[in-house]
Design a protein around this ligand. Structure first.
Ligand SMILES: Cc1cc2nc3c(=O)[nH]c(=O)nc-3n(C[C@H](O)[C@H](O)[C@H](O)COP(=O)(O)OP(=O)(O)OC[C@H]3O[C@@H](n4cnc5c(N)ncnc54)[C@H](O)[C@@H]3O)c2cc1C
Length: 494
């Protein structure tokens, strides 16, 4: 029996493990942390649970390839899916605007703010409807598709591709500024940073409206644990607290890995499912250039990265009156060299299983870019200053939440703060980014990575980084694809 060693027990690595077992390989997943799941995780603080990932999971709609894949890896076993009523709610200049998960309701809502923007509102909604047809193909990787497979795919998604191409060339700021209403301008600049393509907002919103972006009950960590259980139930070996130091290459072929403790594990194939920069720079010692990814690393301005500061709060008592996904304008505050004038909140009251000891968790995310990562990384070297800055920011956010919701006075407390430096420390996330390279009008258009690094045989790279813009669907799909390519090399029928 041939053996596959998989580096990284995130969603991609667990998926590779599951498919390796299914196709008759011996496999081992090596994960440096004490829990599997990688960035798809949650953690407990002061008796409350903080969900650190899934805001929406693409692939929760039945009869899609991705849904079938999530089921195959056990991610959705025996749980319900929550579909929220709206994507975001905003309160700007005292006016509430709800981005309902229903095109007609959204249209009415936006028209009630600005009837003179009706044409652009309709254009946005039409584009969202068009991009709904785009689904991530997960049955096999593009490099294993026949011309007929490609033609079928093209036909199915034709209308979506047209809209995607058109709106990938338009930034969020540019699109927002076409609105006459200052409030709608602000709303459309709130979803993502200004330079990102508006197509990403359309795609995310359309996914949710179409019922394909629900939330698994129990949250992110529980989902990862179901996948880890599935892997183990198939006979896979999941080794936690096991950090890989190097991928061993002999005569141009991956033959195993060296662990941080010096142990060697031999393999017939190695799949590296951790952060791509960790794979290339640390595990492969910077000796190989990935021609497919390098252009992205070389131009971070046009292929930007996404991180955040997360502030988590626990609130006593009933909070069912609070909006679930809410952004409001606030007094200005400084964070990592940038001025913010908004606060975003996510209230986890929608999942009763996450309400612990009568307390509901609220998280507030403040988006951070690459330069801000550098700020946090430097600050992290001085632990006292780093801690003090985290506390200051948490208190600034808390003050603003209390001003907006005075009824929370005496019931809310800060329970944790994570920064871009946290994501790097925990998962090795390059520049603290928990997505891959995001799309801007000047981005390199991805042709789909083939999982290979020139000069290394019997090796696959997988994980969200090799499929822009990343996220859980890219992690699960690339994990499967890596094993399918190995099966092809071994002439195993899929
Ligand atoms: C705040 C936040 C919100 C998010 N929201 C969403 C969302 O709503 N929807 C969505 O689709 N996605 C979301 N994501 C993104 C999603 O979490 C990631 O895309 C996905 O989890 C990446 O999976 P992965 O397996 O590719 O990589 P990772 O999760 O990074 O897994 C890699 C694993 O490799 C391990 N590792 C690294 N180095 C080594 C080593 N040397 N030896 C052994 N192990 C190693 C790491 O510890 C990690 O466990 C969010 C992420 C965050 C942080």
């Amino acid at each position: 029996m041939k053996k596959i060693v998989i580096v990284g027990g995130g969603i991609s690595g667990l998926t590779s493990g599951i498919f390796a077992q299914k196709y008759g390989f011996e496999s081992i997943v090596l994960e440096k942390n004490s829990v599997a799941g990688g960035e798809c995780t949650g953690w407990d603080r002061q008796g409350s649970h903080i969900d650190g990932c899934v805001h929406w999971l693409t692939g929760t709609k039945k009869d899609t390839e991705l849904y079938d894949l999530w089921c195959e890896v056990g991610a959705l076993d025996g749980i319900d899916i929550i579909n929220l009523d709206y994507y975001y709610m905003f309160e700007y200049d005292g006016k509430k605007i709800c981005f309902y998960n229903d095109y007609n309701k959204l249209r009415e809502e936006l028209l009630s703010v600005s009837a003179e923007d009706s044409e652009l509102i309709d254009e946005f909604i039409s584009a969202c409807k068009a991009v709904e047809s785009i689904e991530m193909p997960t049955s096999k990787p593009m490099d294993m598709m026949s011309i007929i497979d490609m033609m079928k795919l093209g036909k199915k998604m034709m209308s979506g591709f047209g809209a995607m191409k058109k709106y990938s060339a338009v930034s969020c700021k540019e699109f927002a500024e076409r609105f006459k209403s200052p409030i709608l301008q602000k709303v459309f600049r709130s979803f993502m940073p200004d330079n990102y393509s508006i197509s990403q907002v359309m795609f995310s919103y359309a996914t949710i409206v179409s019922g394909n972006g629900g939330i698994p009950v129990g949250g992110s960590k529980a989902m990862a644990m179901r996948m880890a259980d599935k892997y183990k139930s198939l006979g896979g070996q999941l080794r936690l607290n096991t950090s890989v130091d190097e991928i061993i290459i002999k005569d141009g072929k991956a033959v195993g890995v060296k662990l941080q403790n010096g142990d060697i594990i031999d393999a017939d194939y190695v799949i590296s499912a951790c952060d791509a920069n960790v794979t290339l720079q640390k595990l492969l010692r910077g000796k190989y250039v990935d021609k497919q990814l390098q252009p992205y690393y070389d131009d971070l301005e046009n292929n930007p990265l996404q991180s955040n500061v997360l502030v988590a709060f626990a609130v006593d008592g009933d909070v069912s009156n609070l909006p679930i996904s809410f952004i409001f304008d606030s007094e200005k505050y400084e964070i990592a060299g940038k001025t913010e004038d908004r606060v975003g909140m996510r209230v986890y009251s929608y999942d009763k299983s996450l309400v612990k000891n009568g307390k509901t968790t609220i998280t507030s995310y403040i988006s951070q870019n690459t330069q801000q990562f550098d700020y946090w990384k430097k600050l992290y070297e001085n632990k006292e200053a780093y801690k003090a800055e985290k506390t200051r920011i948490a208190e600034e956010i808390l003050k603003r939440i209390l001003k907006h919701f005075p009824e929370l006075e005496g019931r809310i407390k800060i329970i944790d703060v994570a920064t871009p430096a946290t994501y790097e420390r925990y998962c090795g996330a390059y520049k603290g980014s928990w997505m891959s390279f995001m799309s801007t009008p000047k981005s390199k258009q991805s042709q789909g990575h083939n999982g290979k690094i020139d000069g290394i045989d019997n090796f696959q790279i997988s994980g969200q980084w090799i499929y822009s813009p990343g996220g859980l669907p890219c992690a699960v799909a690339t994990g499967k694809f890596a094993v399918q390519r190995i099966c092809k090399a071994e002439k195993i029928k899929l």
